[in-house]
Design a binder for this molecule. Structure first.
Ligand code: FPP
Length: 232
């Protein structure tokens, strides 16, 4: 059955190019991440205007621990300070914040701010902003299987069983995954969910993104014909 999409219900974003953005300006890599956060805010605002229901941002992967201790601790401290510090922004724009990933593997202060942010924004209903932190698609699938087996060692591991034990089973599968900085890889992002996702790769470095890029993505998505394995 052919379905002509209008805007994606769920958009996934691999934010890439923060380091290159900083390098071009002879700034430390951390300056690129700070600017990347500003881009994230512009993007989520326009996504809400466009009527997108869910946006998942790939903030920190299970592989990102390989970066320098200084960069990792900067990203963690950015989470702690900005999740608290931007609460009025989320509430002003009706943004509900959710998290996806192996959160128990994060420092305790980050876990606390995550729990506080989920609670403080739970009644916002304009758009859901999902932050994938300590996230890996393979890791999420493994954890989903373990949740099933913890419930019942004889659990029948079907596709439905895994889907209903992912981190956020209430969130619909991603419709489109986009990546900045001209890299064309999935990098372990939303592996289960991306089975029928559309893909878009864009040249601009992440810190340069703004609302116009969201409009372009919506246009590109509207040109796709989704067949879900059927015929046109
Ligand atoms: C990839 O660019 C970017 C990241 C791994 C981090 C993304 C994080 C943010 C934008 C900050 C979000 C903060 C909050 C509080 C939600 P890269 O560093 O791999 O860039 P490069 O490939 O040019 O080196």
């Amino acid at each position: 059955m052919e379905v002509k999409p209008v805007v994606p219900t769920h958009l996934g974003i691999i934010m890439d190019g923060n380091g290159r953005w900083a390098q071009k300006r002879a700034l430390p890599r951390t300056a690129g991440h700070l600017e990347g956060l500003k881009a994230l805010k512009k993007v989520i605002k326009e996504a809400s205007v466009q009527g997108i229901g869910f946006v998942t941002f790939y903030v920190f992967s299970t592989e990102n621990w390989k970066r320098s201790e200084q960069e990792v601790s900067y990203l963690m401290s950015l989470l702690v300070s900005k999740l608290h510090g931007e609460l009025s922004f989320y509430n002003q724009y009706g943004i509900r914040i959710l998290f996806r990933g192996d959160l128990e593997g994060l420092p305790k202060d980050v876990q606390k701010v995550i729990n506080d942010t989920v609670t403080s924004t739970q009644n916002n209903s304009k758009i859901s902003c999902i932050l994938a932190i300590n996230y890996g698609g393979r890791n999420e699938i493994c954890r989903a299987v373990h949740r099933c087996l913890d419930e019942d060692p004889a659990y029948n591991i079907t596709e439905e069983a895994i889907a209903s034990h992912l981190d956020l089973p209430q969130v619909p599968p991603v419709d489109m995954i986009v990546r900045s900085a001209n890299e064309k890889r999935l990098s372990n992002f939303l592996l289960w969910d991306s089975a029928y996702a559309e893909f878009g790769f864009y040249e601009k470095l992440w810190p340069d993104w703004n609302g116009e890029d969201v409009k372009q993505i919506c246009f590109d998505f509207s040109q796709r014909v989704r067949k879900y394995g059927g015929v046109q």
